[in-house]
Design a binder for this molecule. Sequence first.
Ligand code: NAD
Length: 489
Amino acid sequence: MSPSNLIPDGGSQLLIGGKLLAGGNGVFTTSDPATGEAIGYAANADGGDMDAAITAARTAFDSTDWAQTPGFRAACLRQLKDALQNHIEELREITIAEVGAPRMFTSGPQLEGPVADLAYFADLAENYSWETDLGIAQPMGIKSSRRVRREPIGVVGAITPWNFPHQINFAKLGPALAAGTTIVLKPAPDTPWCAAAVGRIIAEETDIPAGVVNIVTSDDHALGAQLVTDPRVDMISFTGSTQTGRAVMASAAASLKKVFLELGGKSAFIVLDDADLAAAVSYAAFGVCVHAGQGCAISTRLLVPRERYDEAVQAAARTLANIKPGNPNKPGTVCGPLISERQRARVERYLELARNEGGTIVTGGNRPDSPGWFLEPTLIAGVSNSSTVAQEEIFGPVLVVIPHDGDDDAIRLANDSPYGLSGSIWGTDPDRIRRVAEGVRTGTLSVNGGIWYSADAPFGGYKQSGIGREMGVAGFEEYTETKLIATGC
Ligand code: NAD
C-alpha cells in the first residue's frame, strides 16, 4: 500500500497530550493479512509513554472544563466526524490493508457506519438529561429537595481488539467524549494504523483539547495491563477475548475501578421446524464467511430440526463451498483473510479437535493456494453441543451444525454455552418465535434476518460474553457516575 498522508512515510505516531510522538520502544511492523507482508510500521510505546498518556488524560480531566461543557464536546464530536469523513478514502485503504477487511464492509460496520454514528453521540451530549429532580422528601424527618446528577466518570482506559477496529474504537470514543471523560486508547498490536490515523486527525484537524484523547500503540500487551492497574484511571472499557477480559477484571480489582467488558461469543442460529430451511441455513452459512468469521456476534452454532439435519448439512455445505476466500480489495469479496498466521493456526487446531472428537469436516478447512492468511469456509457436522468446537469461540469461517428436538430443546442447546452475546431465530409462527426469543439468554437477537446493530441500540453480552452495554443511551451512561444532592429546605 502506498503511504497515506495519515501515515506519513509508512509509519504512525502516538498521540499523547495533544502531540504526535515517536514510541519509546522504537517501532513495530504492521502487516497486510491478505499477503502476509509488512506494509509499514507503527510507533512502539514503552511504559513511560503509557504513563505520560495517563498523566495527560488525568490532567485534562482534572484541570480543564472539558467535563463541564457538553455543547463544546458535541461540537468537537461533529468536527471529528466531518474530518474523518473528509479522509474516508484514505481510512478505507488503511483498513483494507491492515485488517484484511473486505472492501464492501468498509461502507458499513467496518468504517463508514461507526464514523457516521459519532453524530448520535454528539446529539446525546447536547440532549441528555444530566439532572433529574427527585422532588422533596422527609427522610429521618428532615425535609430535603433531591436531585440526581450524572457526571463523567473520569479517565477511561479503552483497550480494543483488531477485528472491527474502527467500530470498536468509535463505540468507545463516541460515548466517552460525549459523557465528558478523557481517554487513553490502546488498540490491538495487529491494527495500530486504524487508531493512529484517527489520532493524527484529532491532533491536526479538531479542537479536542490536548490530553482528552491519547492513543498509545504497542506490540506489547503489557501496556494494556499497565492501563488497567494504574490507580489514576477510573474505568476500563475493554473489548476482546473472554480470557483477557478475565485477566483485566482480576487486575482491576487492586485499584477497584469500574470494568466494562465486551467479550467473546458462540451464538446460536436456531431454525424452527416451520422455517424455510434452505433460506435460513444459507443465511447462517453466509454469516460465518463475513470477514472470515472474525466477528464476536456471528452465529456460529447452527441448530436445526433433527429430522431435517442431513438436508441442512447439505444446504449449508453448498453455500460455504460457493464462497471463496479472496482478495479483500475486490468489490465482491465477502470472506477475506484471517488476521494473522497465528490466528489461522488457532482455527486449524479447532478443526483437528473436531475430527478428534468424531466430527466431520463436510466442506472447506483447507488453505487456498495463495499467499496471506486465508482459510476456506468450513462446515463441521456430527458433533454434539458439548464438543469443544461447539463450546469454544473459534473466530474463523467455521460453522458447526447441531440437531435439535423442538423449540424447548433448541432453547436448551442455545443456552448450553458459557457465552450469551447474540443469536438468530428463523421461523414462521410469531408466538413460537417470541417464546424462543424470550428463552434464549443473550444480549442481542436477530429474528428472520432482522438487524439489531445501530448507534441507538444497546449491544453487549450475558454470562461470560461481558458486563455492561455499548452504544445507545445505556452505552453512554456506562461512562458516567451518579451523584445525588440533597438540600435541606
Ligand atoms: P485479545 O483479548 O487478545 O486482545 C484484546 C486487547 O487486549 C488487545 O488490545 C490486547 O493488546 C489487550 N490485552 C491483551 N492482554 C491484556 C492484559 N493482560 N491486560 C490488558 N490488556 C490486554 O482479543 P483479540 O484477539 O484482539 O480480539 C478477538 C476477541 O475479541 C474475540 O474473543 C472476540 O469475540 C472479541 N470481541 C468482542 C467484541 C464484543 O463487542 N463483545 C467485539 C469484537 C471482538
